[in-house]
Design a protein. Structure first.
Length: 132
């Protein structure tokens, strides 16, 4: 998960930095920087079924502690109504549901395309089999 997020952010011209131990304890798995803006991706609780208000409030407080401009909560769960209201007025965003699936699908498609192109290049240098 963290590796895929890092790859996507690098393609968007973000510099990826290793998270500090205290950031990892807070659940942050990726730190990305571009043009002086720091984004942290909270991936430590991605399997939770529901993203509730306490979760986003905690992430917002942790974002402030690590001096990041934006925190993105990555999760397979669904945000409740209070969570959706909270993220509209705070420096926290959600990467969940279909949006998360689309990110993984696009990365998988790119990797498959790279592998196919590498195989074509490799095969282009081999002589064709001649049938007699």
């Amino acid at each position: 998960l963290n590796q895929t997020i890092a790859q996507v952010m690098q393609k968007r011209d973000f510099r990826i930095e290793a998270c500090q131990p205290v950031e990892a304890e807070m659940g942050f798995g990726v730190r990305a920087i571009n043009a002086g803006r720091t984004l942290v991706f909270e991936t430590g609780r991605w399997k939770e079924a529901v993203i509730d208000l306490l979760h986003v409030q905690t992430t917002e407080a942790n974002r402030q502690k690590v001096r990041a401009d934006l925190a993105i909560i990555v999760g397979a769960g669904k945000p409740d109504e209070d969570t959706q209201t909270f993220v509209q007025t705070h420096s926290v965003q959600l990467l969940v549901g279909q949006q998360l699936k689309d990110m993984f699908d696009s990365e998988a498609a790119l990797e498959a395309e790279k592998a196919a192109n590498a195989e074509k290049t490799l095969n282009a240098g081999k002589p064709a089999d001649k049938k007699v």
